[in-house]
Design a protein around this ligand. Structure first.
Ligand SMILES: Cc1cc2nc3c(=O)[nH]c(=O)nc-3n(C[C@H](O)[C@H](O)[C@H](O)COP(=O)(O)OP(=O)(O)OC[C@H]3O[C@@H](n4cnc5c(N)ncnc54)[C@H](O)[C@@H]3O)c2cc1C
Length: 383
């Protein structure tokens, strides 16, 4: 017999899990408070310029997961795209991530790879043998000059705290390339959906077993009306924040318009602490196969997330992790609900990881149901 299942959230998590269950014959309802599907990946064509705008910030698809790549390509045509980011720092424009071009330009040199490797090793602070903070880790990797130009101000603006207060684990590996490769991502597959993410998600949801209701808020008190609830909203929100609020950073996007090509690239970072924004995004460059005279740009800045703001980046520092543990304990006793996605598990997740976890979560739920077991409460352990 078919179960009556609700997906709270029409983002990638809700859409992909909903599709898996609908294909297995279950009756799936999808609700979202927003007026559109696709969650934070939502793209929308600007009526004045025709530019495809990444409404909640720039989204570039990249993955090593062949099954996920095939999955997205079965719902939308992906066109080749290379993410190449620049940074304006200390009055100059540099190539990111830090590569041989950046190093030679920054230090006014013409070094070859081995010379640059030795040079950076000499710049690095070798007195730091066991880095504890982000700052110590960066100094141990690249030394003070590159740290101050590319990490210090940017990190302060993004996280609203000093890099001396962030754990070393935030900067896991040496953020430098000793060649001229300026492709931001290492993944095997990288591309952009030709018509944006929203038509792709709409197609995932386009199944006779799926019923979508937009501008509809789900109230957790009605969970008992369903055989199962997949919750891709905030974990603490499901419990009406009764233990307190998990900390997030939110983003402000100040939109402005221009004619022609305003900055010559899709993403320009601003590394200096005295520039209030972290980056400027020129949306037309995310679809280089299109031509538009007008341009739409976002000046992006980050701040602490208030109650009425959109939660973007989970903070996951010591205090947040303690509260997260309490919510995970509370969730353990919940029945017939699975917390999924970036908000439901309080983790930053790229789109490909979100889709991979959603496919696995749908399969695990079907297997548990077939075996008569209680399905997992979390798609992935949030801790
Ligand atoms: C600024 C930024 C840039 C990013 N760039 C990239 C990138 O370049 N590449 C990449 O791979 N990933 C990127 N990501 C990650 C990507 O956005 C996520 O992987 C993806 O959005 C996760 O999908 P989701 O369905 O889990 O969550 P969401 O997209 O957040 O969807 C959750 C949905 O649930 C709805 N909802 C919540 N509560 C309720 C309720 N009570 N009732 C009804 N509806 C509710 C919300 O309205 C929302 O639409 C970026 C993220 C951010 C923040």
């Amino acid at each position: 017999m078919a179960d009556k299942v609700i997906m709270v959230g029409a983002g990638l998590s809700g859409a992909v899990i909903g599709r898996v269950l609908a294909e297995a014959g279950h009756a799936v309802t999808v609700v979202d408070t927003r007026a559109h599907v696709a969650g934070n990946c939502h793209t929308q064509r600007d009526p004045d310029t025709g530019v495809l705008v990444h409404v909640y910030g720039p989204h570039i698809f990249h993955t090593d997961d062949t099954q996920v790549w095939d999955y997205v390509n079965s719902f939308e045509t992906f066109l080749p795209y290379r993410n190449r980011v620049k940074s304006t720092s200390q009055g100059q424009v540099f190539s990111l991530p830090i590569n041989l071009h950046t190093i030679n330009q920054f230090f006014g040199r013409t070094m070859r790879p081995d010379e640059a490797r030795a040079f950076i090793a000499a710049q690095a602070d070798q007195t730091i043998t066991n880095p504890q903070t982000f700052e110590e880790q960066a100094l141990a990797f690249v030394g003070r000059d590159l740290y101050e130009a590319f990490f210090k101000g940017y990190t302060e603006k993004q996280w609203g705290c000093s890099p001396t207060d962030l754990p070393a684990s935030v900067l896991k590996r040496l953020p430098v390339r000793f060649n001229y490769d300026d492709n931001y991502f290492f993944h095997k597959y990288q591309g952009m959906p030709q018509n944006g993410y929203t038509p792709m998600v709409a197609r995932i949801l386009d199944h006779p077993g799926i019923d979508v209701h937009l501008e509809t808020e789900f109230d957790p008190d009605t969970a008992k009306d369903w055989d199962h609830v997949f919750w891709s909203g905030p974990l603490d929100g499901y419990f009406n924040y009764k233990l307190g609020r998990l900390g997030y950073r939110t983003l402000d996007f100040e939109e402005f318009r221009a004619e022609g090509d305003w900055q010559g690239c899709a993403v320009m970072n601003y590394g200096d602490a005295d520039v209030p924004y972290t980056r400027i995004t020129e949306h037309k460059h995310f679809a280089p196969w299109e031509e538009h005279q007008g341009s739409v740009l976002y000046r992006e800045s980050a701040r602490a997330c208030g109650e009425d703001d959109i939660p973007y980046y989970p903070i996951r520092m010591v205090a947040e992790k303690a509260l997260l543990r309490d919510y995970v304990d509370l969730a353990a006793s919940a029945r017939n609900v699975t917390f999924v996605g970036r908000l439901g598990t309080y983790r930053y997740l790229d789109m490909d990881v979100t889709i991979r976890e959603a496919l696995d979560t749908g399969a695990a739920w079907l297997a548990a149901r077939a075996a008569g077991h209680q399905p997992p409460v979390f798609s992935k352990d949030p801790l």
